[in-house]
Design a protein around this ligand. Structure first.
Ligand SMILES: [Zn+2]
Length: 365
């Protein structure tokens, strides 16, 4: 006699196999689904589906994927969610479908196929406080949706469109949803920013410190809406100024861990700034040698939350480097705290977005 659990697994696998055979057909007609890499390089994943009474472990094995003691001879396994309960992975609840992809015998990639609107609901709380003014939350919802659509188009040949961390947007699944952030998503449903008929790479950052950055100086993106604007709204942001002290020794250590070879740093000189006030390059000098480094590289090497922006002064004194700077983040696109204060002053979502992405327009996706 087959146990109810085994029966349930069998039904699920049949469903999975049916969809697995036609992965493109399942989703090619539905580009509004975002593929989020929620777990990467895991040796095993705990999978629970309440409505299906399923609670098991998924692992990779030589010929495919094991779900409990059931073997699926395939490198991809799609679990369709057809009930309201959602799927629980490693204790976290997710909306939408889940795909397990075997990378090798010890590593699984887990991708959440999720409706674009639900995805934006799962990130908005992590990208902006749910206490923020509604017009600012709506602006952030449109920006986050636009950035997701941009990544969906860029990453089509890959196994997933976005990661669930800061390298894309921080996605927390259903646990991250709040009433006001969901409301902001619902009130802007399907709306994205476009430039020349294409989804804009809608970059955003915490605080610009007075002037947003020209994205072409950071990445290979040279378009009118991302050339940088005067902000003037984020002066009261808690991140408008920053201050960091690092010993010259720890700076040398961090540089040596990367590709730069230097000891006994004597001086750090700023070589030039762009129109926004951000530093383009610096020179790091010791008694024996010196080299040029971009502010972007130096920030990444010393830590983007230690050197919070590329707009700073640096003074070397008594074995330390003292950094005094403005803003937090790369500075391209929307200044989130600028948007917050614009909304407080009565600007609408449309006005906020026109200000930070001039020349773009809001379209329905
Ligand atoms: Zn700003």
């Amino acid at each position: 006699m087959v146990s109810p659990l085994k029966k349930s697994i069998t039904r699920l696998i049949i469903l999975v196999a049916a969809c697995y055979l036609l992965p493109v057909a399942c989703y090619a007609q539905a580009p509004q689904y975002v593929r989020v890499a929620v777990i990467q390089d895991a040796p095993f994943v705990r999978l629970k589906i309440k409505g299906k009474n399923l609670n098991t472990t998924v692992t990779a094995y030589k010929y495919g994927i094991l779900m409990g003691d059931r073997a699926v001879r395939s490198d991809k396994l799609l679990i369709k969610s057809d009930g309201p309960d959602g799927i629980i992975l490693g204790g976290r609840l997710f909306r939408g479908d889940i795909q397990f992809i075997k990378k090798d015998e010890r590593r699984l990639l887990v991708v959440n196929y999720i409706d674009l609107e639900d995805y934006v609901k799962g990130i908005l709380y992590n990208e902006a406080s749910h206490y923020w003014p509604m017009e600012a939350l709506k602006a952030q919802a449109i920006v986050s949706r636009t950035y997701a659509v941009y990544q969906m188009r860029q990453n089509r040949p890959r196994d997933y469109d976005v990661t669930a961390d800061i390298y894309s947007q921080v996605y927390g699944g259903r646990a991250s949803e709040r009433y006001r952030t969901n409301k902001a998503v619902d009130e802007t449903r399907g709306k994205i920013l476009a430039y020349q008929d294409r989804a804009l790479p809608a970059y955003f950052h915490a605080t610009c410190g007075g002037h947003t950055e020209d994205a072409s100086l950071l990445w290979n993106i040279n378009i009118a809406p991302l050339k940088g604007v005067v902000c003037g709204f984020c002066r009261q942001s808690p991140h408008f100024n920053w201050h960091s002290v690092l010993s010259l020794e720890e700076i040398a250590e961090a540089l040596n861990k990367d590709k730069y070879r230097i000891n006994n740093i004597k001086e750090i000189k700023i070589l030039g700034r762009d129109n926004s006030g951000r530093i383009s390059d610096l020179r790091v000098i010791s008694a024996q040698k010196e080299f040029k480094i971009s502010a972007k590289d130096l920030r990444n090497i010393l830590g983007p939350n230690v050197i919070k922006s590329a707009n700073f002064q640096v003074q070397v004194a008594g074995g330390d480097a003292v950094f005094e700077g403005f803003g937090w983040g790369h500075g391209a696109g929307l200044c989130q705290w600028g948007a917050y204060f614009m909304a407080k002053q009565g600007y609408t979502t449309g006005e906020i977005l026109k200000h930070y992405y001039p020349g773009s327009d809001i379209r329905t996706f």
